[in-house]
Design a protein around this ligand. Structure first.
Ligand code: ASP
Length: 314
């Protein structure tokens, strides 16, 4: 039994080009399964990082200084090993740097300049992650803020609210012959303070994997960290809940305690899966036993109202 589930982040467009890349990502994970469950999760996320459509790798949102600072992590449920990078710059595939942290160092998390230095030492070349479109969004937002006007952009996508959904954090969970892995990557939130780190590289907050399940979250990172949501999902499954029920309960808990936007995907060691979100959209692709599940859609949690302001002001 194998399950590969990938997501493109909350508030991400569900237009065909986005779904196409998500499906390619899930199938890239499938192709890599022969190299192991962790490799499959890494390869799936790399496809999304390489696409300018998503807020990860090339195409990430910019921080207040107009720079891309990215977070990424991987966790192997079989061994309990975790690897992550935070506030890393100028690398195409932070998820692969996180894998090297897990595999080749005694550490679990490298940040900032140290993470960049480590990436170079492992052969990751300097790479531009700033797309012209994101630079344009940043210039507009900063100039509006200079005039005392709200930026009017989506916190996660960096795109104007009136254009609807665009792009966001990416993640993958893999269950293969009872072995579990999770991987996640993000540019974080638009106009964040330089050095801000979200939940993506925070074990138990935005990501978790055990011998029971693999969980990846997306949304308002600070809320996921403070509520240890990924670990909460694992605890529910440990107490016998189905992954779908666990994902929904965790979203209801997050919305109740923090009124925060978000989404969760989870797969368990029995080859079951779950997904839930409370935003306008949350595109997810699912491959089960080698086959794409064409009509899969994640479960939307209704009756929730965000406490976030319309758009961040730098
Ligand atoms: N959770 C990410 C962060 O706060 C953003 C996202 O997933 O939308 O950095």
């Amino acid at each position: 039994m194998s399950v590969i589930m990938v997501h493109g982040g909350v508030e991400t467009s569900t237009a065909p080009p986005y779904i196409k890349v998500l499906r390619e990502s899930a199938l890239a994970g499938l192709n890599a399964l022969s190299s192991g469950h962790l490799k499959a999760a890494e390869e799936a996320v790399r496809v999304l990082e390489n696409s300018p459509l998503f807020n990860a790798g090339y195409g990430s949102v910019l921080n207040l200084d107009g720079q891309v600072e990215m977070d990424a992590s991987v966790m192997d449920g079989e061994t309990g090993r975790f690897g992550a990078v935070a506030a890393v710059r100028d690398v195409s595939n932070p998820v692969s740097v996180a894998c090297r942290v897990l595999e080749e160092t005694p550490h679990v998390l490298l940040a900032g300049d140290g993470a960049i230095k480590f990436a170079r030492s492992r052969g990751f070349p300097p790479a531009n992650c700033v797309t012209p479109e994101m630079m344009e969004m940043w210039r507009k937002a900063v100039s509006l803020a200079g005039r005392g006007e709200a930026a009017g952009v989506n916190l996660f996508t960096g795109m104007p609210e009136e254009r609807g959904q665009a792009c966001d954090t990416v993640g993958c969970v893999v269950s293969h012959r009872g072995r579990l892995a999770a991987a996640s990557s993000t540019g974080g939130s638009f106009l964040k303070l330089p050095g801000r780190v979200g939940d993506t590289p925070v074990i138990g907050g935005g990501i978790f994997a055990s011998r029971r399940c693999a969980v990846v979250c997306t949304g308002l990172g600070e809320a996921f960290i403070e509520t240890l949501t990924a670990k909460y999902v694992d605890s529910l499954i440990a107490h016998g809940r189905h992954p779908q029920e666990a994902a929904e309960k965790a979203m209801v808990r997050l919305a109740g305690s923090r009124r925060a936007p978000g989404g969760i995907i989870v797969a368990d060691s029995r080859g079951r899966w779950g997904s839930a979100y409370n935003t306008r959209t949350f595109p997810v692709a699912l491959v089960v036993d080698g086959k794409l599940v064409e009509d899969f859609t994640p479960r939307k949690i209704q009756g929730w109202k965000s406490s976030l302001p319309k758009g961040p002001t730098p």
